[in-house]
Design a protein around this ligand. Structure first.
Ligand SMILES: Cc1cc2nc3c(=O)[nH]c(=O)nc-3n(C[C@H](O)[C@H](O)[C@H](O)COP(=O)(O)OP(=O)(O)OC[C@H]3O[C@@H](n4cnc5c(N)ncnc54)[C@H](O)[C@@H]3O)c2cc1C
Length: 229
């Protein structure tokens, strides 16, 4: 498989066992659309075959690619955890249908590292100064497991059309608590059937979110889903 070499420019802890990796192209930059995933290869001699899919958390308008990866001690992540800034990984184009294509009324729902492609889309929307209504329901278990908290505040400042609703499923706090459901969606969005939707996270979660949206009259054709874990 032909891949492009990228250098790890920075590794930043952004949550429990979760890092944001900034990767700088050493050869040709890979072209992709906001929301797509790439294939990441670990290039150590014995493990050149280890590759996994990762959604891109940065805008395609940047040269660098950011990935948001939970270290689960699996085949790839255990090797990734040993890499340092300056080391080189391989990337080849993945793709996927989970893309943002300039829609102006958008609802996003993510749990855990499902936030990655949504960050890519929101960063694209803010960077391109797209006017519209963009509502993001972001679910985490506890306050300490919230990902990209600071960046989401900045995105809301940069683009007043972006509204983030953070909910915690295992802790009470001043914000929303409990899983995202039909009532929460209706309260923040009004009529969700007017929106296009992107849902990303664990498989059970995306299925249940699709049911909530359907119960509120959303056409399934307006819902895109991506799941893992
Ligand atoms: C389209 C797509 C996009 C993806 N984007 C991302 C992303 O942005 N960020 C990200 O972190 N992952 C993402 N993944 C998951 C990723 O591809 C790997 O499956 C994951 O990193 C585990 O790989 P591994 O080789 O370390 O574990 P493996 O060796 O493949 O699995 C080891 C064990 O870990 C368990 N496991 C795997 N993932 C998780 C998890 N998230 N939480 C708990 N246990 C787990 C498995 O069930 C298994 O038992 C994506 C997957 C797909 C299909």
């Amino acid at each position: 498989m032909i891949f492009q070499k990228y250098q790890i420019a920075s590794i930043r802890k952004i949550g429990e066992n979760t890092n944001a990796y900034r990767l700088k192209p050493l050869q040709k930059k890979i072209a992709f659309s906001a929301g797509e995933f790439i294939m990441l290869h670990i290039l150590d001699k014995n493990t050149s075959q280890v590759k996994r899919s990762y959604s891109v958390a940065s805008s395609p308008d940047n040269d660098e690619i950011e990935l948001c990866i939970k270290l689960v001690d699996g085949e790839l992540t255990s090797r990734l955890a040993k890499l340092h800034e300056g080391e080189v990984v391989g990337i080849h184009k993945g793709g996927g249908h989970f893309t943002y294509n300039g829609e102006k009324k958008c609802g996003f729902i993510a749990g855990g590292t499902g936030i990655a492609p949504i960050m890519g889309m929101l960063r694209t929307i803010a960077g391109r100064k797209i006017q519209g209504k963009f509502v993001f329901f972001c679910s985490a278990r506890t306050k300490s497991s919230i990902l990209y908290e600071k960046e989401l505040k900045e995105l809301q400042k940069e683009n007043p059309g972006i509204k983030v609703i953070q909910t915690l499923t295992r802790e009470k706090w001043t914000g929303e608590s409990g899983r995202v459901d039909a009532e929460m969606i209706k309260r923040h969005v009004g009529n969700p059937s007017e929106f296009s939707w992107w849902i990303c996270g664990p498989l059970a979660m995306i299925k249940s979110m699709r049911e909530h949206l359907a119960s509120l009259g959303t056409d399934p054709k307006k819902i895109k889903m991506e799941g893992w874990g």
